[in-house]
Ligand binder design. Sequence first.
Ligand SMILES: Cc1cc2nc3c(=O)[nH]c(=O)nc-3n(C[C@H](O)[C@H](O)[C@H](O)COP(=O)(O)OP(=O)(O)OC[C@H]3O[C@@H](n4cnc5c(N)ncnc54)[C@H](O)[C@@H]3O)c2cc1C
Ligand SMILES: CC(=O)[C@@H](O)[C@H](O)COP(=O)(O)O
Length: 652
Amino acid sequence: MTRDIVIIGGGVIGLAIAVELKLRGAEVTVLCRDFQAAAAHAAAGMLAPDAEQITGKAMKSLCWRSRSLYPEWTSKLEDLTGLNTGYWPCGILAPVYAGQERKGVRVQKGEAESPAYWLEKAAIHQYQPGLGEDVVGGWWYPEDAQVNNQALARVLWTAAESLGVELKDGITVEGLLQQQGQVVGVQTNTGIIRAEHYVLATGAWANELLPLPVTPRKGQMLRVRVPESVPELPLKRVLFGENIYIVPRRDRSIIIGATSEDVGFTPHNTPIGIQTLLQGAIRLYPQLQNYPIQEFWWGFRPATPDELPILGTSHCPNLTLATGHYRNGILLAPITAALIADLIVEQKSDPLLSHFHYSRFQTQASTTPMFTHSANFSNGHTKNSPLPTLDSSLIIAGKSFHSRLMTGTGKYRSIEEMQQSVVASGCEIVTVAVRRVQTKAPGHEGLAEALDWSKIWMLPNTAGCQTAEEAIRVARLGREMAKLLGQEDNNFVKLEVIPDPKYLLPDPIGTLQAAEQLVKEGFAVLPYINADPMLAKRLEDVGCATVMPLASPIGSGQGLKTTANIQIIIENAKIPVVVDAGIGAPSEASQAMELGADALLINSAIALAQNPAAMAQAMNLATVAGRLAYLAGRMPIKTYASASSPVTGTIS
Ligand SMILES: Cc1cc2nc3c(=O)[nH]c(=O)nc-3n(C[C@H](O)[C@H](O)[C@H](O)COP(=O)(O)OP(=O)(O)OC[C@H]3O[C@@H](n4cnc5c(N)ncnc54)[C@H](O)[C@@H]3O)c2cc1C
Ligand SMILES: CC(=O)[C@@H](O)[C@H](O)COP(=O)(O)O
């Protein structure tokens, strides 16, 4: 059984899963950037699959199952905590105006598990006094309900705490550290945290960590209060109109929501947003106009292109996805928790989960292939690609990159050739020799200005440094250089300590000393080393961000001469392994990636090609091909031939 689980995200989904996993005996940690920023607090708390007119058999079934879990689930949480969730099976009334009847989508009683009743004008006004005069009828959904989502979020947090879940608020996960198809840790703002299994439940922010098609859909809300002069609760059920809903709580507050805006993570309430809500609410239920306003707020729904959640396994066997719940995350919390816990703890996959798997987005021709960035294919050939694209980002010191090819800037015949090659390579990281830029060495004049540093991440290198002390000094200059070029937060340095100009072989002792010091100073250190597995381990232990073993001497173009040692380094490293130097041809680039290298750094083979830009593109394709081949898994090598066509079952 999987026991040690980290959940990233402490919204309603992350906490519901945490509680469920803990109740099933797992050790659970929840890492949450900001509990208060979760959509869980911003929602209205409607449990409304019928009023929302959820279509699609699988989604309907998921929603109905979740709604039916609610009474037992909330009473279990209330027993655990002694707190109230405000669950209220109040039903939802959906009044309509002339011309707005929801023709053709009516759920009639008996058609499914969820009844709905049409009320004519007289009936609806009698059933719910105080509706706007122009309401001409409406649907009554008796099974829909509500929960006080803010109370629920608190109850879930308290339940998790009392069960012994480790709750860490204020922790941002900056990257998923992956090695050989597994998540081996998460890089956080306070260091690396490791577990056996990980759950991604970061709501609208999911694609900061994985290239999932989850985007924020902003919703603005407000709350009014029933004045004391009104003795009875005037509303005892949710009113659900076109683009407006009114949710009365038992504590006399009334929630009015919600806008649906595609504005990214733009914060704040806006006059137009609030005006639209107030107009809609007053038309539906006019007496609201005199109720005192208590509060405005906004939140971000995690939306997906098909408006369905992303649930289940991922490209890594020890990473489970639970995000993209869009408008129905409060409703779907109990079923999500149950299905995800079944999957992780019991390896039991409910058939429903197959409808919500992330891979549905990979088969659409128009969608960027998941986990592999299209920037790797600058001619766009991947648009309809049937390639297995189960790759994730390259993460170095918590920063994610889609391209696994890094390039350099030296040895080009002209700045223009260098610029074209960088573009053709699709690379996102370019290394720059700090000393050569500072001294404006030949070929390095105007270099800093030649690239668009808003798109390319600079990797300052300490080329030309013969001792640890020199390298430390140049690394500090490099950090300042990156800052001057607008990369304020760039703390990367490619550490080169090379005493000998003939073979350009790095000094292992000087490199280790400099690395230790630079890590202490807060650098993300990427040390260039001979392919020495022991040294690689020592550098990892002192906190380097990667190791960069050489394939063969710098600029030699001899290709992979250190295969066996690189293989050992890859096998043992928990940080990315970047094969650097000596790659001469795309076949060698591919070969290094096929071994399982996380990335490559190639300079001379591109700069010295007859057509550098074409070679850059070839290196790009080879890097991607090698990576895919590594992920796909090479067939075993056999001593003897083995017929390709089956011999069994043939006609004799
Ligand atoms: C205005 C509005 C009204 C809504 N009304 C309803 C409704 O009536 N009924 C309903 O069912 N649903 C409703 N929803 C939708 C529902 O709120 C969401 O679907 C649900 O809250 C999603 O839950 P979640 O846990 O996935 O994400 P969230 O609740 O947003 O939680 C995500 C958490 O992850 C944390 N996080 C993000 N990135 C990181 C990181 N890198 N490291 C660490 N932590 C991270 C965030 O800080 C946050 O705390 C509404 C949403 C909005 C905005
Ligand atoms: C630019 C740079 O950092 C080089 O020192 C690097 O090692 C690349 O080597 P090749 O030029 O052999 O690709």
